[in-house]
Design a protein around this ligand. Structure first.
Ligand code: ASP
Length: 582
C-alpha cells in the first residue's frame, strides 16, 4: 500500500507515530512561516503542516500544490494547538518530512465541498468529481449497506441470488422496451428487461423456490424526478406461498433494513385496500405520515342551490387542523394551485371554523348555518380548523385533485417530515384497468398476476370488478415495492391474455415459452420487487433518485458525462443491416 493510514483515522492516541498518507489536496494556505494543507480521501480529512524554517525546500513544494493534486506524504502525528472539533481528526496534524507528488490536477470546474458552487449540469458532466463530495459519497455508501443487508436478510431465509439475462424478449410491464439489434440475426432485436418477471417465474418452475436478484431494469418512459431509464430492483419470488407469506417475508426485509441501517423499530404495517386508498386519499400510494383523510360530502352539500355542487358527481373535503388562520391570499394561492392544468380542478371551496364554533365559508349564501354545522360534524372540524372542498363531474379525477391539494397543504404545514416513516401495504388492487382511448383492458400490475380465486367467476361477466392478489408496499407516499401472486395454470394464463386483447397466435408468439413451462408442474408462486433507488433515496431523505445513483442520466435520458446516447458509425449500422431515417 502507498499509505499506512487513511485520512479519517488518526487521533490524539496516535501522537508520535510516523505515518504515510495519500489523498487529494482539499486546500492549501500559507500562514507566516507555515503552510497548512488539508488532504482528503473517502474516509476523511487530515491537516498537514510544512515548516518554512525547518525544511524550506519541502515547504516551497507544498506552496505549489493546487486543488485536487494527489500526494503521498510521510510525517509525524502531533497534537494541534488550534483544534478543530468539527472533524474526527481535528485534534491532530502531521508534521511532514517527505512528500511525493503522485499526480497533478487541472483546476476542478466546481469546488469539492459539501456545499458546492457547481450547478446540476456541470456536476453531471463531471460526475466523477461530484462523487468526491461527502454528501454524494455518503448516499452511495448507504446504498451499499442497504444492498448488503438485503442480501444478508434474504440469504438467511434461504433465498438464492440468480442472475437472469439482459438480452431478452419483451416483458410487458406497461412501458416501452429498449431494444438492441442483433448482428448475428439481422433484422431481429432483443429487448432489455423491464424486469426479470418471466425468468423468475420460470425459476419457480425449476424448483428454485426462493429467488432474489439485485438487478438492473430498463424502461423507455418519459422521465420524472423519481424515474430513470435504467434503475435497480430488489427482485424476489417465492414458491408454495400465499399472499400473506409474501407480505410477512418482505415486511420483515423492510423492518430489517430500518433496524440495521437507521436503528428504527417499525410497527406492523397496516393494510389498506386499494378501494379505501382511493376513497380516503385519492391515491394508491397514500402518504400516511399525517391524517387529513377525505370526507365525502355529497349527502351534505348537494341540493342546496349551489350549481357547481348540485351538478357534481363527487364532492369531497379535507379538514386542515388549526389552519383557519390561513389568509385569503394563502387560500387564493391554493385555489390557483388546484386550477393549474396539471391538476385541473375548477375551483376550491373553503370553510373556516370560528372561535364561536360557527362556520364561515366561501359559499355562505347557499348554505344555512344548520347545513354548515353538519359539514363541520362530518369533517370532525373544531374551532380553528379549515375545511377545503373540491368537487367534479368525474369521481376519480376529483379525488386525484383533492389528493394533490392534501399533499400541498401538508407540505406547507411541514407535515411531511423526512425523518418520520409511515409504512403500509395497499392490497386488493383491481386486476384490470379499462382504457377509454383504446377501449380495452390493460393489466393493472402485469399479465401474470392472479385474480382473487373468489373473483375468477366474474372474469367473463364483469372483468373490471375482478380484484387481484396484488399488493404494493408504500412508505411516505412512495411506492417502494409491488408484487403479486401469479397465475400458475396455463389455461387461466391463456384466458388472461385473451381478456387483454392478445390473439391466440400473438400470445403464443410472445409467451408460448411461459405457458408451455406451466404445463410441466408449475408450483403456486408469487413475489415482489422493490425499487432500490427509491428505497435508498427515502432512507437518505433525497428528493430525487438520481442522487443515490453513481452515474445517473438527466431528465432527457442522457448521460452527459459519456455523451450517450450517440450516433454510431456507418460501418456498425451496415453490420446490423440498419438504415437510419431522421
Ligand atoms: N415485476 C414486477 C415489477 O417490476 C414486480 C413483481 O410483480 O414482482 O413491478
Amino acid at each position: 500500500m502507498l499509505r499506512t493510514h487513511t485520512n479519517g483515522e488518526l487521533r490524539l492516541s496516535d501522537k508520535g507515530k510516523t505515518v504515510t498518507l495519500t489523498g487529494w489536496v482539499q486546500k492549501n494556505r500559507k500562514m507566516g512561516g507555515m503552510t497548512f494543507v488539508d488532504i482528503r480521501d473517502r474516509y476523511g480529512i487530515t491537516q498537514l503542516v510544512f515548516n518554512q524554517e525547518i525544511n524550506p525546500q519541502l515547504c516551497e513544494k507544498a506552496n505549489h500544490l493546487g486543488r485536487e493534486f494527489v500526494v503521498q506524504i510521510t510525517g509525524v502525528v502531533s497534537e494541534r494547538s488550534n483544534k478543530n472539533p468539527n472533524i474526527p481528526t481535528g485534534d491532530i496534524e502531521i508534521i511532514v518530512d517527505d512528500m511525493n507528488l503522485l499526480n497533478q490536477s487541472a483546476t476542478p470546474p466546481f469546488t469539492i465541498e459539501d456545499e458546492t458552487d457547481g450547478g446540476d449540469d456541470i456536476r453531471m458532466q463531471y460526475r466523477y468529481l461530484d462523487l468526491r463530495r461527502n454528501p454524494v459519497r455518503a448516499n452511495l455508501e448507504l446504498r451499499h449497506k442497504m444492498s448488503f443487508e438485503t442480501r444478508r436478510y434474504l440469504d438467511s431465509l434461504n433465498f438464492l441470488e440468480v442472475e437472469t439475462p439482459v438480452l431478452i424478449k419483451s416483458t410487458p410491464e406497461g412501458a416501452r422496451d429498449f431494444v438492441v439489434p442483433s448482428r448475428m440475426n439481422q433484422g431481429e432485436f432483443y429487448a432489455l428487461p423491464q424486469s426479470p418477471q418471466t425468468f423468475k417465474q420460470l425459476l419457480m418452475v425449476s424448483g428454485f423456490d426462493r429467488y432474489f436478484q439485485i438487478v438492473k431494469c430498463f424502461r423507455d418512459e418519459d422521465l420524472r424526478a423519481d424515474r430513470q431509464p435504467e434503475f435497480t430492483q430488489i427482485d424476489c419470488e417465492m414458491a408454495f406461498v400465499e399472499q400473506e407469506d409474501v407480505l410477512q417475508t418482505f415486511e420483515g426485509l423492510t423492518k430489517h433494513l430500518f433496524k440495521t441501517i437507521k436503528n428504527i423499530d417499525l410497527q406492523p404495517f397496516p393494510r389498506m385496500t386499494y378501494a379505501d386508498a382511493m376513497k380516503y386519499y385519492g391515491s394508491d400510494k397514500p402518504d400516511t405520515r399525517f391524517e387529513m383523510r377525505f370526507v365525502e360530502l355529497m349527502d351534505t352539500l348537494k341540493g342546496h342551490g349551489f350549481s357547481v355542487f348540485d351538478q357534481a358527481e363527487y364532492i369531497g373535503g379535507i379538514c386542515v387542523k388549526g389552519a383557519a388562520a390561513y389568509t385569503r391570499k394563502q387560500i387564493d394561492a391554493l385555489t390557483e394551485f388546484v386550477k393549474r392544468p396539471q391538476i385541473g380542478a375548477k375551483g376550491l371551496v373553503y370553510a373556516r371554523v370560528g372561535e364561536d364554533g360557527s362556520l364561515k365559508s366561501s359559499v355562505d349564501k347557499f348554505y344555512s348555518q344548520d347545513v354548515l354545522q353538519k359539514l363541520k360534524d362530518k369533517c370532525k372540524a373544531e374551532t380553528g380548523d379549515l375545511i377545503l372542498i373540491i368537487s367534479g363531474d368525474n369521481t376519480t379525477k376529483a379525488r386525484k385533485q383533492l389528493c394533490e391539494l392534501r399533499l400541498e397543504v401538508a407540505n406547507q404545514l411541514g407535515m411531511r417530515d423526512k425523518n418520520k416513516f409511515s409504512c403500509l401495504w395497499v392490497v386488493d388492487f383491481p386486476l384490470l384497468e379499462w382504457d377509454e382511448e383504446t377501449k380495452r383492458f390493460y393489466a393493472m400490475h402485469h399479465p401474470f398476476t392472479s385474480p382473487k380465486p373468489e373473483d375468477i367467476a366474474l372474469l367473463t361477466i364483469d372483468a373490471g370488478a375482478v380484484r387481484a392478489n396484488a399488493y404494493d408496499m408504500v412508505i411516505n407516499g412512495v411506492e417502494v415495492g409491488g408484487g403479486s401472486i401469479r397465475i400458475h395454470d396455463s389455461g387461466l394464463q391463456k384466458e388472461m391474455f385473451r381478456i387483454l386483447g392478445f390473439t391466440e397466435q400473438k400470445a403464443e408468439e410472445q409467451f408460448g415459452f411461459l405457458m408451455n413451462a406451466f404445463k410441466f408442474g408449475a408450483p403456486p408462486h408469487g413475489g415482489i420487487a422493490y425499487g432500490l433507488d427509491r428505497l435508498v433515496s427515502l432512507f437518505a431523505g433525497l428528493d430525487s433518485i438520481r442522487d443515490c445513483i453513481a452515474f445517473p442520466k438527466n431528465n432527457q435520458g442522457r448521460d452527459v458525462m459519456i455523451d450517450a446516447p450517440s450516433t454510431i458509425d456507418q460501418e456498425q449500422l451496415d453490420e446490423l443491416a440498419i438504415s437510419v431515417k431522421i
